[in-house]
Write a protein that binds this ligand. Sequence first.
Ligand SMILES: O=P(O)(O)OC[C@H]1O[C@](O)(CO)[C@@H](O)[C@@H]1O
Length: 517
Amino acid sequence: MTTAAELWTRLENLPRPTLGELFSADRDGGEGADEPGGADRVAMLSGRIELDDGGILFDWSKTHLDRAAIAAFEELAVAMDFAGMRAKLFGGEVVNPTEGRAADHATLRGTGDEAKVEEAMALIERMGMLVEAIHQGALGEVEHLIHIGIGGSALGPALGVDALSRDLSYCDVHVVSNIDGVALEQAFAACDPAKTLIAVASKTFTTIETMTNAESALKWLHDNGVSDPGGRVIALTANPEGAVEWGVDETRILPFQESVGGRYSIWSSIGFPIAMAVGMEDFRAFLAGARAVDAHFRDTDGAANLVLRAAFADLYYTRVRGCQTRAVFAYDERLGLFPDYLQQLEMESNGKRVTADMRPVDGPTAPITWGGVGTDAQHAVFQLLHQGTHLVPVDFIASIAPGDDLDPAHHRILLMNCFAQGAALMAGKAGEDPARNYPGDRPSATILCDDLDAGALGALIAFHEHRTFANAVLMGINPFDQFGVELGKAMAKAIEKGGEEFDASTDALLKTAGLAG
Ligand SMILES: O=P(O)(O)OC[C@H]1O[C@](O)(CO)[C@@H](O)[C@@H]1O
């Protein structure tokens, strides 16, 4: 069998036709003889995942993937035992060797090992009962929810609430993550303490930012006349004992499994604020959308697997073309937080320098994920995409159905701009002078939802979870640990404790800010 190293060499040495050449229908002769162009290329490199209601189109035709590259990546998937790793993921086996854990997030939406799915469904049922009881007034009048968490315990909830609760919200949700008290004060200013619940979301129930913010939120309730502040707290955690010890009543603890990673936990009780905002019916539709992607990812082989195909393109740009970043632009105001969410998912998962079996990696790992919303970003950062010296693969995400009720001109202009950017990046244009020259041949992929409803959001997130996993498997790394975040935390603790000397710069900063012991 050809080794991974040989396949990377093969990929590096493949001819590099431009996107224009790849699209030209009359490209014949030599090795490109059977390379489809034009509409056939679009047919070869785009496909849909159907959801309960509508679906999503994934168009990867404006990337440099061609038959030869795809064939090499398919062989790489075999060399890296992609099918075996995927079976382990869905079979609930250990796929996070450094922590000896499975990664059971798919079970939370009903995919995978039967016993684990049953356990996950029971926990979601329990969350549903509490959400519905609160909506029906079991905890008195509840108008606001302050959701306190950080990283994976905040980014998913913030995205879900922002994307799905614009038309109708059962409850006004504020997600607070930063230890900077300004964030919490902002939430306090928007809430009536007598009608506010506090969700404390932390997998470990030890994270200093979250626990400090939670204490301050309880104090705010107390200082504002709430007689039993503790009775207003819901804990969302994989450490229920820790929550009990902290003082949360067991009836208001919504646990989730230790084998669900923080950045993969939106489907668990960490999704409580989403369910509070949009109701359990939509939360279940959100899970169903993710389940449809699970089925596609689990049951489709080779490049016909749209998730795996996206990973092939990602790795082509990172490892073969040397791209250091990947940009994501949502042409949809409701997905304004999606790039932030993806940053943690992709960079915390795949920003690694050793393989799963502890050898140095044999090439660059996760690119830097960045992005924003269209059309705003066009007027701010697209100059660099069109004419800068960096090659940046771009993903565009949009919805055919509008999210607004205004004049249809708004949505029409939004979508036309989205598609125009992909076309312009690819085509380029010869200029009268170098400053007006657009080199073109710049890749993009387009993800087009029929509608951005709860199912589609679930599908989009699951697509990116599996895309991250597929990238990791093909690079031979473990996407499920995050030891890189620990050193800084330990240093902060040491500073707080005092008595330790650091480098001269840090010591001087501490002294200047009055923080030295
Ligand atoms: O949910 P917890 O345990 O408070 O952790 C919050 C976040 O902190 C991290 O561990 C990184 O510091 C993330 O992986 C996690 O999502």
